[in-house]
Ligand binder design. Structure first.
Ligand code: G3P
Ligand code: MG
Length: 343
């Protein structure tokens, strides 16, 4: 009976904890598995002494693909189920904007995949930069526009269209074209191309960025520039051209809106797993980037675990944003330590 009591007590404790995983640099490097990630997820999916599932969600600043496509890809790499209902990409919370804007410019990503993402979020009228270049190639003087791109674009007369908001979903594949079009729209009268607003403040349309990371680790030995640097470039250009500061909204880690959204996802995933829609008391964030995962988790009152398999290459802990639960060689060690403490 005593053994049963101990197990019941541990099972109760297991329902009072949850993990939030960063993806790049914690579970995978691009399309390559970090082997300890697979084992960590197996433990949380029930391969543990209690045979109980421990709730966990995925919170990534990654972007550029529909949620279902990305979770299927991750399930294959990680050899563990990844459900769209436990998954947040940088642009996932931006689905809420579909209610407020009818015609939007969606920037970034490969080919037309971000158009697909925006369609799935319920945006009604989606424009991508290629649609605008196809309408008037002189808008982007240095762009070589291929016949293939022309065939898959959707031009219209943009001098008669009001674009109501700019949504940067993913990294720009062509800074020159995208920056030119974004600046044109920000300087225009209410998002109408071909115009320049007399009052840049009252007539300016809003701009949203899905995340603010400056650098992103890639196959290249030195990390590459990401959406944060793209945004800073735009802010500087806008200020020098108009004399006024560019107001903008940034989503993704470490922005508060994204953590609030994560709370909602944790609560509804708890309901799916354990039939109780609530946020467990002990949340553990496992991340590799002190400037996004760890600072955000610390601010939000989560237990933060920094791993050494990604961006962080430092000493005992990060100096500017130290992880409050500890630094671990990999995600498996972090999960084991958190389970030892809680169960
Ligand atoms: O910097 C963009 C992205 O690759 C970061 O992904 O999973 O580490 O938040 P993640
Ligand atoms: Mg990461």
């Amino acid at each position: 009976a005593q053994v049963q009591d101990i197990s019941a007590d541990k099972a109760k404790k297991a329902k009072n904890m949850a993990f939030v995983f960063d993806i790049d640099g914690v579970l995978v490097h691009g399309d390559r598995l970090i082997p300890e990630g697979k084992r960590a997820l197996e433990i949380l999916n029930g391969d543990n002494e209690l045979g109980i599932k421990i709730p966990h969600i995925f919170l990534t600043n990654g972007s550029g693909k529909p949620e279902l496509a990305r979770t299927q890809q991750l399930s294959n790499i990680l050899r563990n189920p990844v459900n769209t209902e436990q998954f947040i990409q940088s642009h996932t919370p931006m689905r809420a904007l579909a209610e407020y804007y009818h015609t939007v410019l969606v920037v970034g990503g490969e080919g037309y995949r971000c158009r697909e993402v925006a369609e799935q979020y319920g945006f009604r009228d989606i424009v991508v930069p290629n649609d605008i270049v196809a309408w008037d190639t002189t808008i982007a003087p240095y762009r070589v526009f291929t016949e293939e791109e022309r065939a898959s674009s959707r031009p219209r007369d943009f001098s008669k269209t009001n674009i109501e908001a700019i949504l940067v979903f993913s990294d720009s594949r062509d800074y020159a074209t995208d920056m030119q079009i974004i600046i044109d729209l920000l300087r225009s009268e209410d998002g109408r191309l071909g115009t320049i607003a007399a009052d840049p403040l009252s007539q300016r349309i809003p701009i949203y960025f899905s995340q603010g990371d400056m650098l992103c680790p890639t196959e290249h030995p030195i990390p590459r520039m990401s959406q944060g640097t793209f945004r800073i470039g735009l802010e500087a250009m806008y200020k020098s051209l108009t004399g006024v500061d560019l107001d903008r909204v940034v989503y993704g880690k470490p922005e508060m809106a994204t953590y609030k959204y994560a709370d909602e996802v944790i609560a509804s995933w708890m309901e799916q797993l354990h039939g109780e829609e609530r946020i467990p008391e002990n949340i553990y964030m496992v991340g590799d980037n002190p400037a996004s995962d760890i600072i955000g988790g610390n601010m939000y009152g989560w237990n933060t675990c920094l791993v050494r398999t990604g961006v962080f290459q430092g000493g005992e802990n990060d100096e500017a944003n130290p992880a409050n639960f500890g630094v671990f060689p990999n995600v498996l060690e972090a999960v084991k330590a958190a389970c030892r403490k809680q169960l």
